[in-house]
Design a protein around this ligand. Structure first.
Ligand code: S3P
Length: 205
């Protein structure tokens, strides 16, 4: 008697695929939120491309972000960031990690809002958690214990905390979904993002 071959079990990658109306996932949130690490994991799971907006600016200019800040100032960096964002949003099947300050710009917010098939996630955590993560990253990079060396806007912790509070409502308002990451690993955060993909797109607040 012949036994029918069992259907292959659906893989995680297939079940995690976004619906047709989603062609880009954008991760936002403050420095240390895990946008780059989580973004890479998501892209891997989906079989999509990953782009880190800061890395794309660095590749274009040939300069690390802190050097751009030092040589040309933050306003110049923000102009490069808007150009890089406009280019990135032309890609399909893309997971895009924004820099923490990208949504401060009205131009960037409009670019995001007006790009169809684009779901934005806010990776949230309290400021002390984010600051500690940035500190650990600076230590891990081995260069310095000062997170301000690799992230100029963390050089002054008091000013950084003020930026954090000013940005929170912007992140919340312009993301379709918020994921609280304080108690999650990066893999758990990526999984939490994936669980939102098949929910009906919520209205922006
Ligand atoms: C910035 C965040 C950084 C980078 C730049 C400015 C900010 O990106 O764009 O140093 O103002 O929050 P990450 O959020 O990836 O660290």
């Amino acid at each position: 008697m012949s036994v029918p071959a069992a259907e292959p079990a659906p893989t995680q990658t297939i079940s995690a695929m976004p619906p047709e109306h989603v062609r880009r996932l954008v991760l936002t949130g403050f420095m240390g939120a895990g946008k780059t690490t989580v973004g890479r994991l998501l892209a891997e799971r989906l079989g999509w491309n990953f782009l880190d907006l800061d890395a794309s600016i660095e590749a274009r200019t040939g300069l690390p972000v802190p050097a751009i800040f030092a040589a040309h100032g933050e306003p110049h960096f923000r102009r490069l960031e808007s150009l890089a964002l406009a280019t990135a949003l032309g890609q399909r099947n893309l997971v895009l990690a924004l820099g923490g300050g990208a949504l401060e710009s009205l131009t960037n917010r409009l670019l995001l809002e007006q790009t169809p098939a684009t779901l934005t996630f806010f990776l949230d955590a309290p400021f002390p958690v984010l600051y500690d993560r940035c500190m650990m990253q600076a230590l891990g990079a081995g260069a310095s214990t000062d997170p301000g060396q690799s992230r100029p806007n963390l050089a002054d912790p008091v000013a950084a905390q003020a930026r954090f509070h000013a940005r929170q409502p912007i992140y919340r308002r312009h993301a379709h979904h918020t994921v609280s990451t304080a108690d999650l690993t990066t893999a758990q955060t990526a999984a939490a993002v994936l669980t939102h993909l098949h929910q009906p797109p919520p209205r922006r607040r």
